[in-house]
Design a protein around this ligand. Structure first.
Ligand SMILES: [Ca+2]
Length: 351
């Protein structure tokens, strides 16, 4: 499981090594299409670094307090709703951007999981098509979401934060969009370099609620699009075939495009998934301590390995299939798996 067998989408996306034959053929076709342009991708790596923005994300103060975490009318892993007290902390107002991550890569030479050469010791069972550096990319397809779950994901060689959708795509002019194709390991490395850390799941949900008590959305009760108002970058249209971009964006939006929540935090719903420090355990809420919970010591093995929590949903969350842009919604992924909808933001202790 992991980087060589992506499982980037919630709700049952299959591990790549279990893909049906037609999907593998499709993946091989993608390999063929991109091999010819890999050299071009390599040349544009410097272009990604030229987007470097030495201004770190602005941080905002999130007060301490007690709130109801989870909900009792949601999926099983959001139950039971339980009271949690969180100490005050500071949080990046936005998701870490391409420019900010480029500054990190430029300063440290850090190589993300998606960019690393294949490690046969770590992935002894990887199929040949997954032995090139790369990552998972969403591709629109006209399928029944229940019949062919995860058919909209492809492993694309050359996909990385510098080329989020593969070698033909780059980040030129996108320094203010969230960095994506970030595995948990990458987010953790950036946080340490920046003198910060990833938020706990409890901190993240408390922050996302923005001072509201048990509201369904980070902004309150209104539905996306009501009265022509859009509160977050999510997916409209027929998933996964066509994103109409009714909210203004089919794909990532620059940070600060949509209104902030009550704590001045942008994109706590939608745009890009955000990694948390906790291991994912669907039953953790039943045993969670009340004060500053930090998650279980490790998570149960899911398809072979423990996974880390990610929160907030992405531009691919739609109301029919994946309504994971709610403040209570939980998701997880292996520590070495990114995708073109997964990024992060950091926190710091103190007021
Ligand atoms: Ca959108």
């Amino acid at each position: 499981m992991g980087k060589k067998s992506q499982r980037p989408e919630p709700q049952g996306a299959p591990a790549v090594r279990r893909l049906r034959a037609w999907q593998i053929l499709s993946a091989l076709l993608v390999v063929g299409l991109v091999v010819g342009v890999l050299a071009v991708g390599g040349q544009s790596d410097d272009a990604a670094l030229r987007e470097a923005d030495d201004n770190p994300p602005e941080m905002v103060s999130v007060p301490g307090g007690t709130f109801w975490m989870g909900r009792n009318d949601g999926p099983p892993d959001e139950r039971p709703a339980h009271e949690v007290t969180v100490s005050p902390f500071r949080m990046d107002a936005t998701e870490v951007t391409v420019g900010q991550f480029a500054a990190f890569a430029k300063a440290t030479g850090y190589v993300t999981v998606a960019e690393r050469a294949f490690d046969a010791k770590r992935y002894p069972d990887a199929a040949p098509e997954f032995r090139k550096p790369g990552s998972a990319v969403f591709l629109p397809v006209d399928v029944d979401v229940d019949e062919q779950r995860g058919a909209w994901w492809r492993y694309v060689p050359g996909a990385s934060w510098r080329h989020p959708e593969g070698p033909k795509c780059d980040v030129k002019g996108k320094k203010n969009t969230p960095v994506v194709q970030i595995a948990w390991e990458d987010a953790d490395a950036y946080a340490k370099w920046a003198g910060k850390r990833l938020p706990t799941e409890a901190e993240w949900e408390w922050a996302a609620r923005g001072g509201l008590d048990r509201k369904p959305f980070c902004w309150g009760d209104a539905q996306q699009g009501d009265g022509g108002r859009w509160y977050a970058n999510t997916y409209q249209g027929r998933f996964p075939a066509e994103d109409t971009g009714a909210d203004g964006f089919a794909g990532l939006a620059p940070v600060r495009t949509f209104p902030p929540n009550g704590y001045g935090l942008y994109d706590m719903s939608g745009n890009a998934w955000e990694w948390c420090s906790d291991w994912y355990d669907p039953e953790y809420y039943a045993v969670s301590p009340k004060d500053d919970p930090k998650g279980p010591a490790t998570g149960p093995r899911i398809e072979g390995e423990s996974q880390k929590v990610r929160r907030g949903g992405s531009f691919l969350c739609d109301d029919g299939y994946c309504r994971r842009y709610l403040p209570s919604a939980r998701d997880k992924n292996p520590t070495d798996s990114g995708a073109n909808h997964t990024g992060f933001r950091c926190v710091k202790d103190g007021k």
